[in-house]
Design a protein around this ligand. Structure first.
Ligand code: NAD
Length: 455
């Protein structure tokens, strides 16, 4: 098979035990950080030429996350990787119990296009921190970002340790035929299914960071101005091409009009326009046409300007939408924000629960019992109260989906655990031990066992 040789080389390197050494891992993480700093300008140029993403946006939503993950791993690695003591149960005494933390082996990371650095390099960093070797397959869609990552990694690290394979469906399909010790995939739910099936053939563990429609619920007692500001920022960041962007709003009827005005005002304040760098392009013509077709002029509240040549779609709000409208069928993944009003929170909760579990959910309310009711009744990957998207930036919180929005999580220690195996060990001393468990069995021994185990 096409990639067997590089995988074999990585497996041999992994089996040499070099990556198990914490000093080796920390050196590689430090090297990665200084290379990134050295080449940061090339990274900014590449992403700007792919979809006009500015240095501000790229630093705050991509590079920062990579540096943060490196810094956290360097600081916390000795604690995370340490042997852990466990209690020993009565049946095994005298003995001691502990857990050895070990890397999994050769890992495949498959990235996606919307945050090409963040979603390729954060899992790669985490896999290095946990002591693995890594093959990275970035998304081919922002081709300049794929090339710049391949160059940085392939020119500066031994290929038996880290290697980037650029390509699209044929290359990924070939790669997925191979046996890995872990596959970490970010992307759509449809491709997640393909990855999961391929992994099943080798019983390879997978983490799937997938997609879904993430609602934001806004109740009448919210702070309307602050809510509008936070929602508009979260939705139109990256022109809505964010897996955890609020996909649609569920607004209590009593404040619908006031909120719509505040949302529109906020769009004007933020000054999104093709001519400035507050706003990115739609990634490609295919997504541009898909999104343009979703703008139902009958529901247009504001925005709706499009330009196929520059792949620009202005921030657009659609009002009086209901759950049966076409825009409510699939994840929008673009700068269109449908608003649905409600009077009964229980109806809304049921509507959400009849659909696939969202990747994120946001609640804007001052009503704590309502907040707790939603948190108690609705299953979703993660989210925020009175904010949106920002939960991803706290690497003390595990990030991941549930159900169709994904399986497994990462960021900080959650990521380290995801790329590690926890090996459980029971250690017995020689010498004294009660003889009850050994044959020949007698009534007297059974009596002792029952007395000791007390069940
Ligand atoms: P995608 O699933 O089409 O592509 C992701 C990766 O899979 C790419 O590297 C691509 O080359 C590869 N791929 C595509 N088709 C394949 C096939 N048939 N066989 C094997 N590999 C294949 O996703 P996309 O359209 O690039 O990204 C958008 C989606 O990703 C959205 O749905 C978004 O919500 C989701 N996403 C999720 C997260 C998360 O963390 N949960 C983050 C970003 C994006």
């Amino acid at each position: 098979m096409k990639y067997s040789k590089i995988i074999k080389t990585q497996r041999e390197f992994f089996n040499s035990n070099q990556t198990k050494d914490l000093g080796f891992r920390i050196t590689q993480l430090k090297k990665f950080k200084s290379l990134l700093k050295e080449h940061e300008t090339e990274f900014y140029k590449a992403i700007y030429s792919d979809f006009k993403k500015s240095e501000f946006d790229t630093y705050s939503s991509e590079m920062y996350f990579v540096y943060d993950e490196i810094n956290t791993a360097i600081k916390k690695l000795p604690k995370w990787a340490k042997r852990k003591r466990n209690k020993t149960n009565m049946a095994n005494l005298p003995a001691s119990s502990f857990t050895v933390v070990e890397p999994l082996g050769v890992c495949l990371v498959i990235g996606t296009w919307n945050y090409p650095y963040h979603l390729s390099l954060v899992p790669l960093i985490t896999a290095i921190a946990a002591g693995n070797t890594v093959i990275l397959k970035p998304s081919e869609i922002p081709s300049e970002t794929s090339t710049v990552m391949a160059k940085l990694i392939n020119d500066n690290f031994p290929h038996e340790f880290l290697y980037v394979i650029e390509g699209s469906i044929p290359e990924t399909t070939e790669l997925l035929k191979e046996r890995f010790d872990k596959i970490f995939f970010s992307g759509s739910t449809a491709i997640g299914r393909i990855v999961y099936q391929a992994a099943a053939k080798h019983l390879t563990p997978v983490t799937l960071e997938l997609s879904g429609k993430s609602p934001a619920i806004i109740t009448k007692d919210t702070n309307i101005k602050e809510t509008a500001k936070r929602i508009i920022w979260a939705k139109f960041l990256n022109a809505g091409q964010t897996c955890i962007a609020p996909d649609y709003l569920l607004v209590e009827k009593a404040i619908e009009k006031e909120l719509l005005i505040a949302l529109k005002t906020q769009i004007e304040v933020f000054d999104y326009a093709y001519k400035n760098d507050n706003y990115v392009q739609i990634i490609n013509a295919r997504n541009f046409s898909r999104l343009e077709a979703l703008i139902d002029r009958e529901h247009l509240y504001c925005g709706g300007q499009t330009n196929a040549k520059t792949r620009f779609i202005s921030p657009t709000i659609l009002s009086d939408v209901n759950f049966e409208d076409p825009i409510m069928k699939d994840e929008i993944f673009g700068p269109l924000l449908p608003v649905i009003s409600f009077t009964d929170i229980d109806v809304i909760i049921q509507e959400i629960k009849t659909r696939p579990k969202p990747l994120s959910l946001y609640i804007f309310t001052k009503n704590k019992s309502l907040r707790d009711k939603i948190l108690h009744e609705v299953s979703f990957g993660g989210g925020a109260i009175n904010d949106a998207v920002m939960h991803i930036s706290n690497n003390n919180l595990a990030f991941g989906g549930v159900g169709e929005s994904g399986m497994g999580s990462y960021h900080g220690e959650a990521g380290f655990k995801n790329f590690s195996h926890y090996k459980s060990i029971l250690q017995k001393p020689f010498g004294f031990e009660p003889n009850f468990k050994y044959p020949p069995y007698t009534k007297k021994k059974l009596g002792w066992i029952k007395r000791i185990l007390r069940n």
